[in-house]
Design a binder for this molecule. Structure first.
Ligand code: ADP
Length: 251
């Protein structure tokens, strides 16, 4: 039966509601895509959802940053695109996602944070998802540009475990270490004002069309990302249903 909180979401088309119905009932195995501009909170929510539903979080940004840090072949190719706030070529990103989802922990499903970012990537992902027979839901996080700019200027990141800290809990408030792994927090180079502008433009041009892409297929729902983290999280879990519903389908 459809979850009551989901029932209130009358604005979604019947196809999206059917999709949600199957999610809330027998969840089966699914791919959750978090869509939103830089600073929307995809990473924070993906971590929370991953912990709740026991799904791995797949962040292309984190994987690429690690490759850059380790100076791998991929890292060397990706570095200058990332530093400029541009997208890394589809072929490179598709390859790392393909390799990552082959791992055992992705059999039940996964949460994608930062992928897909282009229609080409969405088509590539579709083939992966079809071959794994996963259900799919894209959750858009809506945040206005001025709020994003402010958040990114105050964002601190753990270079080791990639946990994100907002200004209130970052070094400016006397807290300069990650509360998970104790590494020194950093302000990402691409969070500087000029690069952020480029990233937002790239988002609007290349990634925003994915909203229409998933909407037209009935796989899209949206949450207001300007509320406190926990409220956004509750809105998402309201959409996704309770953990127990989902686990009842797992062998
Ligand atoms: P944010 O969501 O805050 O912009 P990410 O950590 O997801 O940051 O991405 C950082 C950078 O990594 C992007 O600006 C881009 O250069 C690269 N990147 C990450 N994911 C992708 C992707 N799916 N396609 C192309 N480039 C990507």
């Amino acid at each position: 039966m459809l979850h009551t909180r989901t029932m209130r979401l009358k604005k979604y088309p019947p196809s999206a509601m059917r999709n949600l119905q199957s999610i809330n009932g027998s969840i089966g195995r699914m791919a959750i895509i978090l869509l939103g501009p830089p600073g929307a909170g995809k990473g924070t929510q993906a971590r929370k959802l991953g912990a709740r539903y026991n799904y791995p979080r797949i962040s292309t940004g984190d994987m690429l940053r690690e490759a850059v840090r380790k100076e791998t072949v991929l890292g060397k190719k990706a570095r200058h695109y990332m530093e400029a706030g541009e997208l890394v070529p589809d072929g490179l990103v598709d390859a790392i996602v393909k390799a990552r989802v082959k791992r055992k922990d992705c059999v039940r499903g996964f949460i994608l944070d930062g992928y897909p970012r282009t229609i080409h990537q969405a088509e590539f992902l579709k083939r992966i998802i079809d071959s794994k027979e996963l259900k799919i839901l894209a959750i858009g996080i809506r945040v206005r540009n001025d709020i994003l700019l402010d958040r990114l200027a105050r964002r601190w990141t753990c270079p080791r475990c990639a946990k994100i800290f907002s200004g209130v809990s970052g070094p400016s408030s006397g807290r300069s270490r990650c509360d998970e792994c104790d590494s020194l927090l950093v302000h990402r180079k691409d969070d500087s004002a000029s690069i952020v502008e480029e990233r937002l433009q790239v988002y609007h041009e290349a990634t925003e069309p994915l909203i229409q892409y998933y909407q037209s297929r009935g796989f899209y729902v949206e949450v207001d990302g300007e509320r406190p983290v926990d409220k956004i999280y509750r809105a998402m879990t309201g959409l996704l249903g309770r953990k127990s519903d989902r686990h009842s389908t797992v062998a």
